[in-house]
Design a binder for this molecule. Sequence first.
Ligand code: MRU
Length: 389
Amino acid sequence: MTDDVHRPSPGALQSLIYTPRSPQSEQPSLEVLDQLLLPNKKAYIPVKTTQDAWKVIRDMNVRGAPLIAIVAVLSLAVEMSAKSNVQGKDGFASLQTAAAWLQKAVVYLKTSRPTAVNLFTAMDEVLLLSQATTKKHDAVGACVQNAAPLVSAVVRFAEQMLKEDVESNQAIGDHGAAAILANLLPGQGVKVLTHCNTGSLATAGYGTALGVIRSLHKEGRLARVFCTETRPYNQGARLTAFELVQDQLPGTLITDSMVSFLMATQGLDAIVVGADRIAANGDTANKIGTYQLAVTAKHHGVAFYVAAPFTSFDLSLASGDQIEIEERPARELTQVQGIQVAPQEIAVWNPGFDVTPASLITGIITEKGVIHPFPSAGATDAKPRVPTQ
Ligand code: MRU
C-alpha cells in the first residue's frame, strides 16, 4: 500500500481503518466503523481475529456486499500476520500449518452471512492463492519451516482488494452517471432514487449506486436524490441519509411505501440500487424492497439501474431463483429500538433480500461499463421526464 493508513479521500466517511505493517508496527491492524451506532455516534471496533470479523459481519456492525468481503479478507491478513510473529502452539510452525489454518478460517468466515456473493468469491480466491503458494514451495522442499510466503501473499491480496474496490466504485460512478445523463436533455437536473445503503459505508469508499449519485453531483447534474427508509433494518434512514447529509448532497428521505406516489406526482429520472448477487441471466438479489421498486419503475416508465462490481456476479447460478436469501430475526419487525410494536405472538416473515428479474432491469452498471441483460427492458420503456425544476 502506498498510503500509511487506508483513507479513501480526505474527510470522507471511512467504513474501516486499515493500517499496514510499517517500521513503527510489526503488524497490520484493522478497525471497523460500528454502523449500529450511526447516525448518533461514530466509534470503531478493533478486528484482530477472524472470530472478530465473523462477529461484526454477523451482528451487522459492518454490512454491504463489498465491505463484508473486504473485512473478512483483511481479518485473515491481520490474524495471519500476528500468528506468524508468535512461536509455539499459537503460531505457525510451517507453511503447511498456515495453509491448513487458512482453509478452516475460510470455511468459518463463509458462515457469517449467506446472500452476498462477494464474500464467497473472495474466500475462494484466497484459497486458490494459498494452494498456489503451497505448491510453489512444495516443489522446492518437503516442509517449509516458515509461513512468511503465504502470509505475505494474503496481505498483498487484501491490500490490493482494498485499493481496487475504491477504484472500481469510482469507475462505476462515472459509467452510471454517463448512462443516466444520456437519456436526459442537456443541462437538465437529475432526480434519482436509491434504496438501502450502497455508499462509503457499504464499501471501502465512494460506493456503488451511491457512487453513481456522487458522480452525478460531481458533474453538477444532481437535482435531488430520494432515499428510502429501507424497512425493517433502516439502512436508508440510518446510513444513506447520514452519508447524504455528511457529503452535502441534496437528499430527501421517504418511507418505502411512498415510492409509487413520488413517481406519479413528482417525477423521477432513474432508480439506482446495489446488488448482493447477480445470477448469469442478470436476475439480481438486493435488499428487500428492491423488486417492488423495479415493478413500479416499469409501470411509470422510469429507468431502473443496478450498480455493482464484477465481484457481485455469480455466474455459477443460471437464474435468481437459485440465490439463497437470508432470513432475518422476527424482532426486526416486531420491535423498534427494543420497544415491542407488534404482538409478540404474531407470525413474522423477514427475508433480508429479494430478487429482481433481469427483465425489469434497464442496465447493470459495472466498473467496465453498462450491461443490458434484457435489451428490451427498462431503457426502451423509459420516457424522458419533462423537467419540473
Ligand atoms: O443487509 P445489508 O445491509 O448487508 O444489505 C446491503 C444491501 O443490500 C446493499 O444494497 C448491497 O449489499 C449493495 S452494497 C454496495
